[in-house]
Design a protein around this ligand. Sequence first.
Ligand SMILES: CC(C)(C)[C@H](NC(=O)Nc1cc(F)cc(F)c1)C(=O)N(CC(=O)NO)CC1CCCC1
Ligand SMILES: [Zn+2]
Length: 187
Amino acid sequence: MITMDDIIREGRPTLRKVAKEVTFPLSEEEKNLGNELMEFLENSQDPQKAEELQLRGGVGLAAPQVDVSKRITAVLVPSLDPDSKEPEFKDVLYNPKILSHSVQEACIGEGEGCLSVDRDVPGYVVRQARITLRYYNAEGEKKKIRLKNYPAIVVQHELDHLNGVLFYDHINKESPFTLNEGVLVIE
Ligand SMILES: CC(C)(C)[C@H](NC(=O)Nc1cc(F)cc(F)c1)C(=O)N(CC(=O)NO)CC1CCCC1
Ligand SMILES: [Zn+2]
């Protein structure tokens, strides 16, 4: 089971590597890793387990963050409506790729953080507002979906990890809270 001790932090070289694509059929190890990444997110969003295991509430976790340089990431975005059980987006993505995206850009109003970054880095992280994502699931089935709002931001944050990019690489050093015309701010 993955806990915070397994998550490598900035400074570790794997976080700055371009991860390798997986080939199908997946090895048992690659299948297990995908499930473990998702299990971490589920545990981290369960108040009792998060407390017991001292986990930060996570919505996405990529293989390079547990020192495995492979193009695998899990995403679990809970629904905004606390009553509904269904998450807004939940899947383990193998070889994910953004096929196309909106011209419009978006950012999270309070900026971003990262499970691999133990410090606050203030500033807007401007990303694509809407994306068309292609990925393979553990069975090797090709998926093509469109995402917008928070799920689109999370997926782009995770795909960055597969390319050795960290959220603060996108922050404008001179003026971290400057936004161009038309950038959607997601609260
Ligand atoms: C860095 C951290 C603050 C832990 C962030 N968590 C988060 O946004 N929590 C959260 C939000 C919810 F809407 C519901 C919920 F249950 C928990 C996160 O997991 N990530 C993922 C990450 O670090 N992946 O490598 C950072 C987010 C910043 C923008 C997108 C992902
Ligand atoms: Zn991250």
